[in-house]
Design a protein around this ligand. Sequence first.
Ligand SMILES: Nc1ncnc2c1ncn2[C@@H]1O[C@H](COP(=O)(O)OP(=O)(O)O)[C@@H](O)[C@H]1O
Ligand SMILES: [Mg+2]
Length: 233
Amino acid sequence: MQIKGKWTPPLFQLKQVTKYYRISLSSTITVLKEVSIHVDKGSLITIIGPSGAGKSTLLSLLNRLEDADGGEIYFQEKEIKLWDVLELRRQVGLVFQIPVMLPGTVKDNLLYGPGLRGQTPATSAADIIKMVGLEEKILERNSSNLSGGQKQRVALARTIANGSRILLLDEITSSLDHESAMSIENLIINLNKEHGYTCLWVTHDRLQAQRVSPYSWSLHDGKIELIANNKEE
Ligand SMILES: Nc1ncnc2c1ncn2[C@@H]1O[C@H](COP(=O)(O)OP(=O)(O)O)[C@@H](O)[C@H]1O
Ligand SMILES: [Mg+2]
């Protein structure tokens, strides 16, 4: 990427990455076939494709929930396997379709990750909870009693509190009603545009992809194709 004449290396670079799963003693399925892509810092990329195409697998390679079977993956110019995996996962946070709340209050959820490292979040819990569009007083509420949309915001806030600047979002609005989904959608756009978060966003909703990003990665038959979204500016 070119910023004011200065070349910035990509955050992620995948070179001819192959991933397969063994599904029985005698057979494997190849989910990614020699995929070469890169992710620039500050980008918002949507990833679309039919169910089973390998979208979740692709995300899981980027914080090493899975490892590739062929090719090379670099994170910030260093081979991903050379990173301390906890540090990698701190920087690269994964948010799932169904938000899982840790026991306790919303604040407990936000303090959990940094607490494991004996730290407090660099940004206060109050500021982070406001960043995801919730009121400060929700910090004292028991996280198990929240609505689906609120839980998804808390899951995002927890990832942010943990220090992740790169968000891997796996169908995060799929289990929400339309109104909550739209407001989470706007939140992600805001995190990207106003706060500089890099987002890789898997969605099965083609219209959502068109609304939020100028182009998408379309995953099909193990290959990724870059497709332009016709978006009105
Ligand atoms: N741990 C695993 N073991 C075996 N097969 C798997 C595993 N994880 C995913 N798969 C298979 O790999 C393919 C891609 O899965 P996935 O990445 O979850 O697709 P998507 O997220 O696009 O729906 C599917 O056929 C799925 O069944
Ligand atoms: Mg999936």
